[in-house]
Design a protein. Structure first.
Length: 304
């Protein structure tokens, strides 16, 4: 036996020992296969007989009964009935559940878009197979570090990229404080509460890609129709009273409400075809999944 090495015999169907470690995928080509079994033991007796049941040292057992279903050691042969997706910041210890969906043996790839994450922060995502009785399979974990430029204002159904002449005014951290001035004391007594939130102001020029890149066929100019549609859509969005996510490429991310009256300022150099918009915001809650759910945000659905 060879310790610490991965190797295959020259003839994979002979009695040669097939030692595997850190196995991530199996590719079968130009063959007719009834069953694939991978176990952690290295003293499995060679046999052409198919395994009838799962063994507790089984890493994978695929029977190819009209599909490509297989399983892993933690399920102990328990069929997968649903898939659970989880996420957390890499530096955090607690996972958050994104969604649990029914498992379909006709789907071999699941994809979803998560817009509720900050730029340049490392996140871990996990997919877990759930069997009958809640038995969990191995966690399949991937780590990503998203990166983007500009500022985004979004909710579950809308996503606006603010990047033209973008300006963040000063961001104020608001805290609750009470002050009491005793008649017979030189200094006041201050009392602090638990309230702590941010507020500020963002200004941006609204301009469509059509106006930036040209109208096609080498024609330059402002797409008047698209500019008006975008300006109306954005103003309707920030005045719909709903909560929103405000984030930028530097790692800031907040769940906010628009505070006060947003302003659209027509650009006189373009005869009002392009506008600047300005709005005040106020932070209302955290950006974790539980907090976002309370304000009807954070609904992430796979594309499948």
């Amino acid at each position: 036996m060879f310790t610490g090495l991965d190797f295959f015999g020259l003839d994979g169907f002979s009695e040669n020992m097939l030692c595997v470690n850190n196995l991530y995928d199996v590719k079968l080509e130009n063959s007719i296969v009834d069953q694939v079994s991978i176990r952690t033991k290295t003293n499995v007796v060679y046999s052409n007989e198919k395994e009838a049941i799962w063994n507790y040292d089984e890493i994978l057992l695929a029977d190819f009964l009209g599909d490509l279903e297989a399983g892993d050691i933690h399920s102990h042969g328990n069929p997968i009935i649903s898939l659970r997706f989880m996420k957390k910041k890499t530096t955090d210890l607690t996972w958050e559940e994104i969604i649990t969906i029914p498992y379909k043996n006709t789907v071999n790839r699941y994809q979803f878009k998560d817009f509720y994450i900050a730029s340049n922060i490392s996140y871990d995502y996990a997919m877990i197979g759930i069997g009958v009785g809640g038995v969990q399979s191995d966690w399949i974990i991937n780590t990503i570090v998203p990166s983007f430029e500009g500022t985004f204002l979004l909710d579950d159904n809308n996503n606006f990229h603010l990047s033209n002449n973008l300006k963040w005014d000063s961001i104020t951290t608001n805290i609750s404080m009470g002050k009491y001035e005793p008649m017979n004391a030189q200094y006041p007594i201050t009392i602090y509460g638990s309230t702590k939130y941010k507020s500020g102001k963002v200004t941006n020029t609204l301009i469509t890609d059509n106006s930036v890149n040209g109208l096609g066929d080498g024609i330059s100019g402002i797409d008047l129709a698209q500019e008006r549609l975008q300006a109306d859509a954005f103003m309707n969005f920030i005045t719909n009273y709903g909560c929103k996510i405000l984030k930028d490429g530097q790692g800031k991310i907040m769940c906010v409400n628009i505070n006060g009256n947003p302003t659209e300022i027509p650009n006189n150099d373009t005869q009002g075809a392009i506008s600047d918009v300005s709005f005040d915001f106020i932070e209302i809650c955290g950006t974790d999944i539980v907090s976002l759910a309370k304000v009807n945000l954070g609904n992430i659905i796979p594309d499948n």
